[in-house]
Ligand binder design. Structure first.
Ligand SMILES: *[C@@H]1O[C@H](CO)[C@@H](O)[C@H](O)[C@H]1NC(C)=O
Ligand SMILES: *[C@@H]1O[C@H](CO)[C@@H](O)[C@H](O)[C@H]1NC(C)=O
Ligand SMILES: *[C@@H]1O[C@H](CO)[C@@H](O)[C@H](O)[C@H]1NC(C)=O
Ligand SMILES: *[C@@H]1O[C@H](CO)[C@@H](O)[C@H](O)[C@H]1NC(C)=O
Length: 480
């Protein structure tokens, strides 16, 4: 019933229709998740991404808000729907995923496979297809993510986002890299299903060297062929489209008593699946809240583009840094500028937990919700969050603390500007995966999503009423 084509419907009528049809918020949230699944992967600048941005804009306008658009253009890498193809000795080899913004081949290339110790040694493999073995190691999260309560520190995890960001960076041709293409061969530390469709690593510059990932038996075949000095044929279809547009939306709800003080509520709109990114559902709920009960402080709702193409949108930090750089008048407190007192970053709601059982060669749900990665960047906000965030699984609320070097997610640019924030940015193993393993909607636990949104509703109400001086001052962050 909710699956109307929003492009052919009067937006205001559609939004009121959805409200009339949705017996409750739960139905509305579920219809949004179903809508995301129907849209398919929202890679920055693709049609599905543009449709979601339109969809959000319609809903903000239906609330009577003035929506401002920041227009950007960038070099978009259009990947063919057919996907890449790899053959060795005429045998077709299954591919797990394409390395985002690596490059493309012009038709099929055939070249000698050369085993490489790492992508960084590839200058010695001119004109070949380099084969690099890659592990998905268990990494200690507590090195990267601190917690306010030391007895709730993080354990370890083996997430392909981390493995590829740390160990699969490709130096480009300018750095002397002369390979024609690269094949990253996952070893036995990841299942085929987990490796499938992973849109990783996603934060690097365009390289101009096409690269793919294989896993399991495909890895064995390709590594064996490389050891024997065989050739392979590879086709990575695609093409760069310079000047591709994308946009960030933002809307302001004026405060009734403290107009010059702002609260920023930020999320991003691009993402490959229904978890990454669904934060706009929570942001729209908070927007409805302040439209129906006017806030004391001015609220700025920001829906940024570029999270999956960060280097094309900003020279530092995560995608929100671009909006902050472009709109200091909304937050930096300089003469005639508004001053942001606190902020909320909303990402990855209701994420269920998956685990790789390597012994049984199975990738499966654990039946639980992924432990929440919930940051508070000041002690004052930690205390407020601890009191108002309810129902976490495991049974305690673990509140994380940015380190000097790192905060995951779109809260980081706010911390880097010393803006107090609370940020949810839970990171399940499939966070960056284009989902090809059946029922995608089931990745979201609707009860958890609802509970997390309600916690943010309580937090927003609370921080709107707190004294300006009571939020604390975040420590420095060197990477935001
Ligand atoms: C929206 O913008 C118009 C034109 O600038 C202005 O007249 C109107 O008051 C604004 N509405 C709100 C809700 O800010
Ligand atoms: C791709 O190949 C075609 C035909 O050989 C050639 O005309 C074209 O310039 C090539 N494009 C690129 C980007 O190399
Ligand atoms: C810290 O966490 C532990 C384990 O969840 C809990 O038992 C303890 O009460 C917490 N300490 C404080 C000061 O909240
Ligand atoms: C991988 O190869 C083994 C041994 O040939 C075979 O038993 C297994 O079914 C293969 N796995 C897949 C996923 O093709």
């Amino acid at each position: 019933m909710y699956y109307l084509d929003i492009r052919s419907t009067n937006p205001l009528a559609l939004v009121s229709l959805i409200f009339a049809m949705a017996a409750s918020c739960e139905d509305l949230y579920a219809s949004e998740i179903a809508y995301l699944e129907r849209l398919g992967p929202r890679y920055t600048g693709n049609t599905a991404h543009n449709q979601l941005i339109d969809h959000i804009e319609y809903q903000l306008e239906a609330l009577g808000l003035n929506v401002t658009t920041d227009h950007y253009s960038f070099d978009y890498l259009n990947m063919d729907k057919e996907g890449p193809k790899l053959t060795v000795d005429g045998q077709s080899i299954a591919i797990s995923s394409t390395y985002p913004y690596s490059g493309f081949t012009n038709g099929t290339i055939t070249a000698k496979l050369v085993p490489l110790i790492s992508a960084t040694l590839s200058p010695f493999a001119e004109g070949s297809i380099g084969v690099v073995q890659l592990s998905n190691p268990e990494l200690s999260q507590s090195i990267l993510i601190d917690t306010w309560n030391k007895s709730q520190s993080w354990g370890s995890t083996a997430n392909p986002v981390a493995a590829t960001s740390l160990n699969a960076k490709i130096p480009g041709a300018k750095a002397g890299n002369k390979v024609d293409a690269l094949v990253f061969a996952w070893d036995e530390s990841i299942t085929d299903q987990n490796a499938l469709g992973q849109y990783v690593p996603f934060t690097f510059d365009y390289i101009g060297i096409p690269a793919i990932f294989v896993s399991g038996n495909s890895s064995k075949i390709i590594v064996d062929a490389a050891m024997k000095g065989r050739s392979a044929s590879l086709n990575v279809p695609g093409g760069l489209k310079p000047g591709t547009p994308s946009r960030t939306l933002w809307a302001v709800v004026e405060g009734t008593t403290c107009r010059e003080e702002t609260i920023i509520i930020v999320t991003h709109t691009d993402g490959p699946n229904v978890v990454e990114e669904n934060g706009y559902i929570a942001a729209l709920q908070l927007a409805r809240d302040v439209v129906s009960a006017k806030p004391s402080r001015t609220h700025v709702f920001v829906f940024v583009t570029g999270h999956l193409r960060i280097p094309a949108f900003t020279s530092h930090g995560q995608a929100t840094s671009r909006w902050l750089d472009d709109h200091p008048e909304m937050w930096d407190g300089k003469p005639h500028h508004r001053k942001t007192v606190a902020s909320l970053a909303l990402e990855h709601f209701g994420a269920i937990q998956y685990t790789d059982d390597l012994k049984a060669d199975r990738y499966q749900p654990t039946g639980r919700v992924e432990p929440e990665l919930l940051y508070a960047n000041t002690e004052e906000l930690f205390e407020v969050t601890e009191a108002l965030w309810l129902g976490a699984d495991p049974s305690y609320t673990r509140i994380s603390k940015p380190s000097l070097f790192l905060q995951f997610g779109e809260g980081a640019p706010l911390t880097a500007q010393r803006i107090p924030n609370v940020a949810l940015v839970t990171t399940p193993l499939y966070l960056l995966a284009e989902w090809r393993l059946g029922n995608e909607v089931a990745l979201v636990d609707m009860g958890a999503l609802r509970r997390q949104i309600q916690s943010f509703q309580r937090l927003r109400t609370k921080i709107d009423g707190m004294e300006s001086a009571s939020f604390g001052v975040p420590g420095p962050l060197l990477s935001g």
